[in-house]
Design a protein around this ligand. Structure first.
Ligand code: MN
Length: 485
């Protein structure tokens, strides 16, 4: 494994980092009320009395949120706790109308699990999961509409969250980035969170400390809050680790603290000294009984599990003959993997993969289209590969056919027919093309026969040109060789 070491003239340091990721649960209604979770509605339209913290209102647990969190736990190979308890985390902040958050503390819904990540150097790392607990999201404060006032939008208050806490297993920014991508891929496969970090439905807090390389001590950590992209998370932990190294090397100490990531500078800024759990006066939530799951419920959720990226990747390598790299690219999101499987069914999977990762991805990029809006369907791409395999068109013509498919959404067979691009595979027809070229170029024929064999490429080119690109290049080669002796 490639070591990530922060090296200065004074010494070598390593980073120790753990993540807490808040994932908004995909569910129609909030975790403790019937209000809608719809994103992007007008402010304060999806708010029940529970979400607004009205006196005497009682929370009712949404079973769907529990199901989604259990499913996520299974996707992270984690222990599902049949007994878990809701707790009150007390704090005053304008975006928390109840003045407390209903969360889980000592008894979370999901226990230890693991995620495997692939690194650039080809190695695989295991990242331990500490727990997943479920809780309610806060409302949203809006500070940029009026210079003198802040506004509050309660639509988000009470949306269900899964807080996924990792072990302090990260030793490099690359590992942090790969983990977030992998986690996002898993929750999207499961359909338990949309993983859109830029919309705030997946938010990352990173706890970072440093220590002399090779040591096993754990020093005070800084928690960088609410980082909203993979790239920013990598920047934030790298900046923070280097900042702490400078601090220690200047002879200073560091207290446990909370910091803010500034995306314009790529740096972190001090927010406050970190609260410890005592500060929140946690106690068991009196309005909700402990959550007890039975075997039937757990087995029901297990039966709904889908094939996850690691398993799919292994299958593409083993059963379909793809390289690990190609399989990883195709499995990063489920839609691409499904597209590939449909297109490759009954065909040479490697050829189909090459088309998807080459011309097809390039076309989506150029048109800035998501996969589901592609004018080329998996069936059409499969047919194109069939036309090449059965020698109806050659590889070069196929690229032209694909370009037209991408513009018109037409079937490749129809395009080939209309354009008259069917490959000439008739030996007689190719022979007469070749005879014509040889007769017109006696000097080059003589030169070839005298030993200038690299003229072969030129002859092939002339014949292909004469056929307007439709001659089968392998047959042209073969017949030319015969004729030139
Ligand atoms: Mn939380």
């Amino acid at each position: 494994m490639a070591e990530y070491v922060i090296e200065t003239p004074k010494g070598k340091w390593e980073m120790v980092c753990g993540l807490e990721i808040h994932c908004q649960i995909i569910s129609k209604s909030k975790i403790f009320s019937g209000a809608s979770t719809e994103f992007g509605d007008d402010a304060n339209v999806n708010v029940s009395f529970v979400d607004a913290g009205m006196p005497g209102m009682l929370p009712v647990l949404n079973k769907e949120c529990v199901r989604q969190a259990v499913k996520t736990g299974m996707g992270l190979n984690a222990k599902i706790n049949k007994y878990s308890v809701f707790s009150r985390k007390n704090y005053f902040y304008p975006d928390t109308p109840q003045n407390y958050q209903i969360t889980q503390f000592e008894y979370p819904l999901v226990g230890e699990g693991e995620v495997f990540i692939d690194l650039k150097d080809g190695s695989t790392r295991r990242i331990g999961i500490e727990r997943i607990h479920i809780e309610q999201d806060a409302a949203k404060s809006i500070h940029d509409l009026n210079p003198k006032k802040s506004y509050i939008d309660l639509n988000r208050a009470g949306v269900g969250l899964m807080e996924i806490v990792t072990k302090p297993d990260f030793r490099s920014p690359e590992e942090v980035g790969e983990f977030l991508k992998k986690l996002r891929s898993i929750v999207r496969y499961l359909g338990t969170c949309d993983g859109n970090m830029d919309e705030g439905s997946m938010r990352c807090d990173a706890s970072v400390s440093v220590r002399p390389a090779g040591s096993s001590e754990l020093r005070a950590r800084a928690e960088v809050k609410n980082v909203n992209s993979v790239k920013f998370a990598m920047q934030a932990v790298e900046f923070e680790a280097k900042r702490q190294v400078e601090l220690y090397e200047a002879g200073e100490t560091m207290q446990q603290q909370t910091r803010h990531f500034d995306q314009t500078t790529g740096g972190t800024k001090f927010l406050r000294l970190k609260e410890f759990s005592d500060d929140y006066r946690y106690f068991p939530e009196p309005d909700l009984p402990p959550l007890v799951l039975d075997d039937e419920f757990i087995e029901q959720v297990r039966s709904e599990m889908v094939e996850l990226p690691d398993a799919k990747k292994a299958r593409f390598v083993k059963d379909m003959g793809l390289t690990a790299y190609d399989a990883a690219v195709l499995c990063e999101n489920k839609e691409t993997a499904d597209f590939f499987e449909k297109a490759a069914k009954g065909r040479d999977a490697k050829k189909v993969a090459n088309w998807i990762m080459g011309d097809f991805f390039a076309m989506l990029n150029a048109k800035r289209l998501p996969l589901e809006k592609s004018p080329v369907t998996p069936e059409m791409l499969g047919q194109l590969v069939d036309l090449i395999t059965s020698n109806v068109i050659n590889g070069k013509t196929a690229k032209d056919v694909f370009a037209i498919m991408a513009e018109t959404g037409e079937n490749p067979e129809k395009i080939v027919e209309e354009k008259g691009w069917k490959q000439v595979t008739d030996t007689g027809a190719i022979e007469s093309l070749i005879d014509k070229i040889l007769a017109a170029n006696p000097d080059n024929v003589a030169a070839y026969k005298a030993g200038k064999v690299n003229l072969m490429g030129w002859f092939v080119g002339q014949v292909m040109k004469e056929s307007k690109g439709t001659a089968n290049p392998a047959m042209v080669n073969q017949i030319l060789k015969q004729k030139l002796g």
